[in-house]
Design a protein around this ligand. Structure first.
Ligand code: EPZ
Length: 430
């Protein structure tokens, strides 16, 4: 088992290049199978969830070619199977995007029920409601979702909760259904817009993505495309908070500053200084952090995927802060680990009440999920002394070269596998 060994205390300084958005790449790769023509996709992050999904796409007969580390070519003309069922796919949430893609194209899909990070109940009732409204029969049995339609016909669908996954899945099916579909109370995240733009580049007719009403006129077929994925707002936000907790000076490059507005607003409240250009944001944090409150909300609200990172920062701020998690009910599991590093945090229901401590101290800790794992790395970078972080496979699901990018900013973080001699690390880092 690999782990990160981190020696805290260095202010992070420098520039970091942000990669393509994982949560845009996943639906876009699934949607690439909706045409028989060749699709080229650029700016794909080389992370575990994406690679598992690519394996699943290959396993049903599509040709997948990695042109370079971040560019993929897919041709799905010869898909031989609409049943996606293997152990790996079960581990990633995004496997369910293959239901929307295959149902839209072949009117039949059977996909193993998704897993993903254990951050709370992850219902799929809104996906099912959407598929049924478009004319599909859906059964969930033996750990699989099986769905099939004689005809897919456009419909008016109101989402009872704002769901990224359900909006994306229903949009894919509706793109190839007969007639018009209206999705109300749709998710507005940048990756929802990116998928709509990608489908439109393949000949779909989708309007309104990025607002809460999406209007889709179905088309009988989609064609090839050459598309570049948007930058990852959560990777960018994580490095911006790395600057905040280490009192550093970090510029995130290749970002869309508009997508980072809720994150920059909170960093300003915390007392950081920010400078924006067209495609970069610089975060300078030379003073002690100030307390504030935050509630996670669907976009354009503060993202739940940044909740652990801001909690780590508020744990170092003066005064009392309250962080309220309104999307997933089990996303404070990392608080016990942070407490072992000296944080003073009490979780009551869906809120964390944080009495800012002046410092963290290094400890042996364990990542409970992807974003919490990244946040614990930030805590360790801010801490006095050395930390060892286990279960970093979670972090590798969504961050490409995380430790290398941090090293580039001056962090003392090293990747060790169990076999390596731990004492060697001490010699390396002094
Ligand atoms: C996506 O998950 C992201 N995953 C998550 O990122 C992110 O935290 C989440 O959106 C919210 O922004 C991917 O894009 C692969 P939802 P998703 O459907 O689509 C409820 C990360 O760290 N709900 O928007 O699964 C649900 O229980 C990951 O990168 C229903 O009730 O999230 C939750 O409370 C973790 N019924 C809320 O909606 C449904 O049918 C939002 O979930 C669907 C969802």
């Amino acid at each position: 088992m690999e782990q990160y060994v981190i020696k805290g205390g260095n202010s992070l300084v420098g520039e970091v290049e942000i990669g393509g958005a994982k949560n845009a790449a996943l639906p876009i790769l699934a949607a690439a199978v909706m045409t028989d023509e060749t699709v080229h996709i650029d700016n794909i992050p080389d992370v575990r969830d994406v690679n598992v999904l690519l394996g699943a796409i290959e396993s049903i007969g599509a040709l997948v070619h990695r042109d370079d580390r971040h560019r993929i070519t897919i041709n799905a003309a010869n898909i031989s199977d609409v049943v996606v069922d293997n152990e790996n796919v079960k581990k990633i949430r995004a496997s369910y995007y293959l239901i929307g893609a295959l149902l839209g194209k072949y009117k039949h899909a059977e996909v193993t029920l998704p897993g993903g990070c254990d951050i709370g109940c992850r219902a799929i009732d809104q996906h099912i409601k959407g598929f049924r409204a478009l004319g599909a029969e859906v059964v969930v049995e033996h750990g699989m979702i099986r769905t099939r339609a004689e005809r897919l016909v456009g419909s008016h669908i109101y989402m009872d909760v704002v769901s990224v996954g359900a909006t994306i899945n229903v949009m894919m099916v509706a793109a190839m259904a007969e007639g018009k579909t209206i999705i109300e109370n749709a998710a507005k995240e940048p990756h929802v817009v990116d998928l709509a733009n990608f489908l439109n580049s393949m000949g779909a007719n989708i309007k309104g993505a990025g607002t809460d009403v999406i209007r889709i006129k179905g088309v009988p077929s989609l064609h090839g495309s050459d598309y570049t994925i948007i930058p990852d707002q959560i990777e960018a936000g994580t490095f911006m908070f790395a600057a905040a907790v280490t009192r550093g000076d970090v510029t995130v490059k290749n970002v869309i500053p508009k997508h980072l507005e809720s994150i920059t607003a909170k960093l300003l409240e915390l007392g950081c200084e920010l400078q924006e250009s067209d495609d970069a944001v610089r975060v300078v944090c030379s003073r002690g952090l100030r307390h504030t409150n935050v509630k996670t909300l669907p976009y354009p609200g503060f993202p739940t995927d940044m909740q652990p990172q801001i909690t780590v920062a508020l744990g170092l701020a003066s005064g009392t802060s309250i962080v309220t998690e309104s999307i997933f009910e089990n996303r404070f599991k990392y608080v016990d680990e942070l407490t072992r590093m000296g944080a003073n945090i009490k979780v009551e229901g869906n809120s964390a009440i944080i009495d800012g401590a002046s410092r963290y101290t290094g400890a042996g800790i364990s990542a409970p999920d992807l974003r919490a794992g990244a946040a614990l790395v930030l805590a360790a970078l801010a801490a006095e002394g050395e930390s060892r972080l286990d279960n970093i496979h979670y972090i590798q699901r969504g961050y490409e070269d995380f430790h290398l990018k941090l090293q580039g900013l001056g962090a003392q973080i090293h990747l060790l596998d169990q076999e390596q001699d731990y004492s060697h690390f001490h010699i390396l880092t002094g």
